[in-house]
Write a protein that binds this ligand. Structure first.
Ligand SMILES: Nc1ncnc2c1ncn2[C@@H]1O[C@H](COP(=O)(O)OP(=O)(O)OP(=O)(O)O)[C@@H](O)[C@H]1O
Ligand SMILES: Nc1ccn([C@@H]2O[C@H](COP(=O)(O)O)[C@@H](O)[C@H]2O)c(=O)n1
Length: 204
C-alpha cells in the first residue's frame, strides 16, 4: 500500500529540508525532483539536447555538488519549461511515489501533476528576502562566489519562470496545506509538517 507526501514550493523555501526530515521521521523514501531538472540542465550546459538528456538520465547523473550552483539552477528552470522534458521525467517520478512503504517527493508540480492523489500535500513558502538570505548563507558557506543581491535575483527569475510557464506551472494544489516558514526555525517547520502527516494517518 502506498502513502505519498507531495511537497511543493518556490526556490529555497525549505521544502527539501522538510522533506528529508519528514522522510526520516516516518521511514519514507525521499525524491528531490528538482535534482532531475538540475541534472538535465547541467547536461544542456555541456551541449546536450534537453529532451535527449532527459530521456537518457541515469542515477549517477544526480550525484555531485556542482548541481547545487546558481548557474545549474537557472539552466534547470529553462529546461523545465519544455513539455517533452517534463514528460520524459514523469514515469520515474510516479513510480517512485507509488513504492510501498511511503514516499515523499518535493518539487514544483508534485501535488498538481505528478501525484494529484497524494495523501498529503504541503505547499512550503517564505518571503523572498528570507529565502534569499537562507540560500546566500548556504552557498557562501560552501565557498561559492555569490552575493545577496545575485541570489535574490536568481530566485526571483526562477520563480517567475516556474510560475508563468504553460507546462505544470508552480502553483499550490487546491487541497494543499500552505506552510509559510518565514518566521519558523527548521525544527518548527518540520514539526508542523509532521503534525499534518500524523493527522492524515490518524484519519485513515
Ligand atoms: N525554517 C528554516 N529556517 C532557517 N533556515 C532554513 C529553514 N528551512 C530551510 N532552511 C535553509 O534554507 C536553505 C534552503 O532550504 P532547502 O534547500 O530545503 O530549500 P528548497 O526549497 O528545497 O530549495 P530548492 O528548491 O532551491 O532546492 C538551506 O540552507 C536550509 O538549511
Ligand atoms: N517538480 C519540479 C522540480 C523542479 N523543477 C525545476 O527545476 C528547477 C530546480 O529545482 P530545485 O527544486 O532544485 O530548485 C526549478 O527552478 C524548476 O524550474 C520543476 O520544474 N519541477
Amino acid at each position: 500500500m502506498s502513502f505519498t507526501v507531495a511537497i511543493d514550493g518556490p526556490a529555497a523555501s525549505g521544502k527539501g529540508t522538510i522533506s528529508r526530515a519528514v522522510a526520516d521521521h516516518f521511514g519514507f523514501a525521499h525524491l528531490d525532483t528538482g535534482l532531475l531538472y538540475r541534472a538535465v540542465g547541467r547536461k544542456v550546459l555541456d551541449g546536450v539536447d534537453p529532451v535527449q538528456a532527459a530521456k537518457a538520465l541515469q542515477a549517477e547523473d544526480l550525484q555531485g555538488d556542482d548541481l547545487r550552483t546558481s548557474k545549474v539552477a537557472q539552466a534547470a528552470s529553462k529546461v523545465a519549461v519544455i513539455p517533452e522534458v517534463r514528460q520524459a521525467l514523469l514515469d520515474f517520478q510516479r513510480a517512485f511515489a507509488m513504492r510501498s512503504g511511503g514516499a515523499v517527493l518535493d518539487g514544483r508540480d508534485i501535488g498538481t501533476v505528478i501525484c494529484p492523489g497524494a495523501q498529503v500535500k504541503l505547499f512550503v513558502t517564505a518571503s523572498d528576502a528570507v529565502r534569499a538570505e537562507r540560500r546566500y548563507l548556504e552557498l557562501s558557506t560552501k565557498g561559492q562566489d555569490v552575493t545577496r543581491d545575485g541570489v535574490l535575483e536568481d530566485l526571483r527569475a526562477r520563480d517567475k519562470r516556474d510560475r508563468e510557464r504553460d507546462a505544470a506551472p508552480l502553483v499550490a494544489a487546491e487541497d494543499a496545506v500552505v506552510l509559510d516558514t518565514s518566521e519558523m526555525s527548521i525544527d518548527e517547520a518540520v514539526a508542523k509538517a509532521v503534525a499534518v502527516i500524523e493527522a492524515r494517518i490518524a484519519a485513515g
